[in-house]
Design a protein around this ligand. Structure first.
Ligand SMILES: *Cc1c(COP(=O)(O)O)cnc(C)c1O
Length: 439
């Protein structure tokens, strides 16, 4: 089947200046000879990522070192079980990789135990529920329209089918979590677990308040820190680890590692969590991903990453303020994290058409539910652009490009002007400079 790239993706041969597919390494030439169809897609995707503003809040650019571990023959290894207790032979070396990943994760987050095998953030949440709950149990979590994740009780997800989810929300005026409502709901419904964590809440949860409410009703506290865990690693957000019974996370968002999940807990729950991951909900561990997680945890422990995490937040604050200045309604009035949620309604646009206009101009982001009414909002984040080296001046520029893109209906010639301006900006900040090739 021929590859038909989207209109704004350039043909593979015409690699624009400053957009190097070099991060794919020399192996891509061999792949081109064997399977040009797939090689073209890989190269075109490298270009697509470098050729626009990647503002999807959950995305980032992993380092060449992480990509090298991901593309390594550790991918060949079967390793069911845990280091020292595998169901397969030949695991001596991957055992070392997993032990390093676990040690680095526990040190990085000050946790007694880490499980690094969860295949994704959703698998980590599934394992936390499997360890602590039985089907039919009641769970209190942020309602989906207010920012809960699918695994927090969506009827389309196992969580909503196997558990009784009660949703809490945010205050209509302030957009902030209403802790009194949570306390009242907890006392009324006596949940077995309370989940804190969201896909779109731009402020820090008050983990101590959640802990207190959970203790009040004898519930477990599960923190789903998929989004902020990278900020936690860099000291730019409070840690849920001292407060929650189990912390679930992803390794690929602000944390900038490979696509995958992570669980942190105390020694008391370590065995239950491990068994909930394997053999209860997963099979063989993905050793290449676990090695890549170890590399990412190593990177996250450096002063450079601490500075990065703080810049992510500073950038998001500037971007949120600039978007508010341009007339978008920013939820909670700003942000403490990498997340900015903005309603374009005041500009006379709904979120879906706004996202379309922005995409046409090369600004890639998501829409998300807004807490009240059925309007959707725009959700963006600064993790990826900050990895590229952009700072506060570029955030102001992005907000201006944002406004200009929203003004274009796509029919006029102006659309191309914004697209060209976006290209000019991103060319100065290549996510993978030519020198970045490792493999
Ligand atoms: C991203 C996210 C997840 C799921 O992560 P996947 O790796 O996509 O499964 C779960 N919970 C929250 C709060 C998230 O933001």
């Amino acid at each position: 089947m021929p590859v038909t790239p989207a209109a704004d993706v350039r043909p593979v041969e015409a690699v624009p200046d400053g957009v190097s597919p070099g991060v794919l390494g020399p192996a891509v030439d061999a792949l081109r000879r064997q399977d040009p169809e797939l090689a073209e897609i890989l190269v075109a995707e490298v270009q697509r990522q470098a050729d626009g503003l990647q503002l999807i809040a959950a995305e980032n650019f992993t380092s060449p070192a992480v990509l090298t571990a991901l593309g390594s023959p550790l991918a060949n290894k079967y390793a069911e079980g845990y280091p020292g207790a595998r169901h397969h032979g030949g695991c001596e070396l991957v055992d070392m990789a997993e032990r390093i990943a676990v040690d680095r994760a526990t040190a990085l987050f000050g946790a007694e135990h880490a499980n690094v095998q969860a295949h994704s953030g959703s698998s980590a949440v599934l394992a936390a529920y499997a360890a602590l709950l039985r089907p039919g149990d009641t769970v209190l979590a942020m309602g989906l329209p207010h920012g809960g994740h699918l695994t927090h009780g969506s009827p389309a997800n196992f969580s909503g089918r196997w558990f009784e989810f009660i949703g809490y929300g945010v205050d209509a005026e302030s957009g902030l979590i209403d802790y009194e409502q949570i306390r009242t709901l907890a006392r009324t419904h006596r949940p077995k677990a309370i989940v804190c964590g969201s896909i779109s809440y731009p402020r820090h949860p008050d983990y101590a308040a959640f802990r207190e409410i959970a203790d009040d009703v004898g519930a477990y506290l599960i923190a789903d820190a998929a989004h902020p865990i990278g900020l936690v690693a860099g000291g730019a957000a409070p840690s849920p680890v001292p407060h929650a019974d189990v912390v679930c996370a992803t390794t690929h968002k602000v944390l900038r590692g490979p696509r995958g999940g992570l669980l942190l807990c105390g020694a008391d729950l370590a065995e239950r969590i491990d068994r909930a991951v394997f053999p209860f909900t997963q099979g063989g561990a993905q050793m290449h991903t676990i090695a890549a997680k170890a590399v990412a945890f190593g990177e996250a422990a450096t002063p450079g990453f601490t500075a990065y995490a703080h810049r992510v937040v500073a950038n998001a604050r500037v971007l949120a303020a600039a978007l508010a200045d341009e007339g978008l309604a920013v939820t909670t009035g700003g942000t403490d994290t990498h997340l900015v949620i903005a309603d374009p309604t005041p500009l006379g646009l709904d979120a879906r058409s706004a996202r379309g206009r922005l995409a046409a101009a090369g600004l890639v982001l998501d829409t998300c539910a807004l807490p009240h009414g059925d309007v959707r909002g725009l959700r963006l984040g600064t993790a990826a652009v900050t990895t590229q080296g952009m700072g506060e001046a570029e955030m102001a520029r992005i907000a201006a490009l944002f406004k200009a893109a929203l003004r274009e209906d796509g029919g006029g010639g102006g659309e191309h002007a914004v697209r060209a301006d976006v290209r000019d900006l991103v060319r100065r900040f290549p996510p993978y400079p030519p020198s970045a090739t490792l493999r």
